[in-house]
Design a protein around this ligand. Structure first.
Ligand SMILES: NC(=O)c1ccc[n+]([C@@H]2O[C@H](COP(=O)([O-])OP(=O)(O)OC[C@H]3O[C@@H](n4cnc5c(N)ncnc54)[C@H](OP(=O)(O)O)[C@@H]3O)[C@@H](O)[C@H]2O)c1
Length: 545
């Protein structure tokens, strides 16, 4: 572990939570999730074009959005038709002067039937509407995204692409295909600075699922399955999509975000419909809350905030309005940081604490409790250490140091924070894990194990504490330029090899991680629970190295 003194930090840009000046195409924006995405992007400053098949529904939506002074246009298009897709992209091209920053492939349909009853027509409809349209529109958008110097593609897939659900075999296959397409485009187009990710919602209340919502038994069973105890709302998905288009997500590539935590087993949809998707006309939409991209009035504890990723997280949360307490072992480093934050008028305090010590963790939480009147909204377990040695050379002391600093501290601090989070009526816990918790890396067996353990702990706490409205997620960075990995960053050969492995062609910066952590604490992430979000520029999605 590096004990170098606090490095100079570039201050985090304040306008990075805005889409002002960008252009976006969102398919299927007249209802449900698509409507919410259009509204969310437009509220963040994007000029948005959308499409739907029904002119009447589309017109009604455009009027609602124009009444809210949002910059949204639309045209009729059936995305299952190749020629209509071409026409749509020609409209977008001329409207946005050949430049598109964001493509959201949202339009989709479902046919609920047992596999043996699905006809070739059903199959073709689902493939052309869900998969072929997403593939072809991405191809057509490619030159427009390139013309901006890069951009963001988001596919709306589904948890059906990950788990078995009765009566959804073809629908699920289209979503599984899109999940894989995400990884392929993420690697192939990263060189053009085009990031590709997908968002996989659970059950969301939209016209697509309204017939399911009429089945009280089904709804009750689902509410019981979902740790947060409710169905999702369209804006729960829209917030995640918007985040994937915002600058703070710039190192997230090739990932699949779930808009809920789910056991990976089969789910029976019971006595389901045998009709095509519901075609109900557009419903009234509650406007999206404009303050939801702020942490004003919240309190946070971030461990290990004097350097690297922790420093950037403290600054990001504080810039979004949170009052933050942080800790580190070196008092000198901590004081230097606190002075900088005071100079920037950020509300940050700190105290010395070695998180590997149980008694020091208790003292830290007592300080936090008294400072924030017993209430804590956010806990970020960031402090961590690494011992990089061949497995046979790792001593029991190395093992104890890594486990107590990384895993035991995260577990114990979460326990200690629990009453303070509950006292707020809920909150957000974020663990900083690592891609080392997913993949084998030389000399990192103990470190990797500590991170793998936290990835699993994430899922357990997410399920156990959701009843208290406490969400738990992890962020798993790739290589990020911090003092922890200074010895590697100095190694030119290593950096060249890594840059080749990472589709985005660079190592990460601390603020690339901080933005994702902050998002997981913001209201738009309120239906993301039990997830491990990889922030690695697409490194572990890349099979080409
Ligand atoms: N950098 C990467 O490539 C990378 C990749 C994946 C995951 N991560 C994870 O990200 C987290 C932060 O890493 P980083 O790269 O930002 O590390 P870093 O640059 O070394 O900073 C670590 C911070 O944590 C503090 N800290 C370390 N041990 C502590 C302890 N026992 N008690 C209290 N504070 C402690 C340090 O201050 P003091 O030294 O003064 O205590 C410092 O503020 C870690 O969990 C790490 O495993 C990093």
């Amino acid at each position: 572990m590096s004990r170098s003194s606090a490095p100079e930090h570039t201050p985090i840009q304040t306008n990075r939570w805005s889409l002002a000046g960008s252009t976006a195409l969102v398919t299927g924006g007249s209802k449900g999730i698509g409507y919410a995405i259009v509204e969310e992007l437009a509220r963040l400053g994007s000029a948005v074009h959308t499409c739907a098949r029904s002119q009447a529904d589309l017109e009604k939506c455009l009027q609602q959005l124009r009444d809210s002074k949002l910059n949204v246009t639309g045209s009729v298009c059936d995305v299952s038709s190749p020629s209509e897709r071409e026409k749509l992209m020609a409209t977008v091209k001329s409207q946005f002067d050949g430049k598109l920053n964001i493509l959201v492939n949202n339009a989709g349909t479902a046919v609920y039937k047992p596999a043996v009853e699905q006809t070739m027509e059903d199959f073709k409809l689902l493939i052309s509407t869900n998969l072929e349209s997403a593939f072809h529109l991405s191809q057509l958008a490619y030159p427009l995204l390139k013309a901006c110097g890069g951009g963001s593609i988001v596919f709306i897939t589904s948890i059906s692409g990950l788990i078995a659900q009765d009566n959804l075999s073809v629908y699920a296959s289209t979503k599984g295909a899109m999940n894989q397409l995400t990884r392929n485009l993420a690697c192939e187009w990263a060189r053009d600075n085009i990031r590709t990710n997908s968002v996989a919602p659970g059950y969301i209340k939209t016209p697509l699922t309204e017939l399911l919502l009429e089945d009280e038994e089904f709804v009750a069973r689902e509410n019981h399955r979902v740790p947060l105890g409710r169905w999702g709302e369209p804006e729960d998905v829209a917030g995640v999509v918007a985040f994937l288009c915002l600058p703070p997500s710039c190192y997230v590539n090739g990932q699949k975000w779930h808009a809920l935590s789910y056991p990976l087993s089969s789910i029976s949809t019971g006595s389901l419909l045998s009709e095509n998707r519901s075609m109900s006309s557009v419903q009234e939409h509650a406007p999206i809350d404009t303050n939801r991209w702020s942490l004003a009035g919240t309190t946070a504890l971030v461990t290990g905030g004097s350097k690297g990723i922790g420093y950037a997280i403290v600054e990001e949360l504080a810039r979004l309005g949170s009052a933050v307490h942080t800790c580190a072992r070196s008092e000198a480093d901590l004081e230097k940081c606190l002075q900088k934050w005071r100079d920037s008028k950020l509300k940050v305090t700190g105290s010395v604490c070695d998180v590997s010590s149980p008694s020091e963790r208790e003292k830290l939480m007592a300080t936090v409790k008294s400072q924030f009147d017993g209430k804590l909204n956010i806990l970020v377990n960031n402090a961590g250490t690494v011992v990089c040695k061949p497995t046979v050379d790792q001593t029991l002391e190395d093992f104890k140091l890594v486990i107590s600093t990384n895993l035991e501290s995260a577990f114990h601090l979460s326990q200690l924070a629990y009453p303070l989070l509950r006292a707020c009526g809920g909150g957000s816990i974020v663990f900083i894990t690592s891609i080392s918790g997913f993949i084998g890396q030389d000399y990192l067996s103990v470190y990797g194990s500590s991170k793998g353990a936290i990835n699993q702990l994430t899922r357990n706490l997410a399920c156990e504490w959701a009843k208290d409205n406490i969400r738990t997620n992890s962020v798993a960075p790739g290589f990020i330029k911090t003092p922890l990995v200074d010895f590697l960053v100095q190694d030119e050969e290593f950096v060249a090899r890594e840059n080749h492995r990472v589709p985005l062609g660079r190592l990460g910066e601390p603020e690339d991680v901080a933005g994702v952590v902050a998002f997981l604490c913001l209201p738009p992430s309120c239906y993301v629970n039990g997830q491990v979000i990889v922030v690695d520029g697409g490194r572990i999605a890349n099979g080409n190295h």
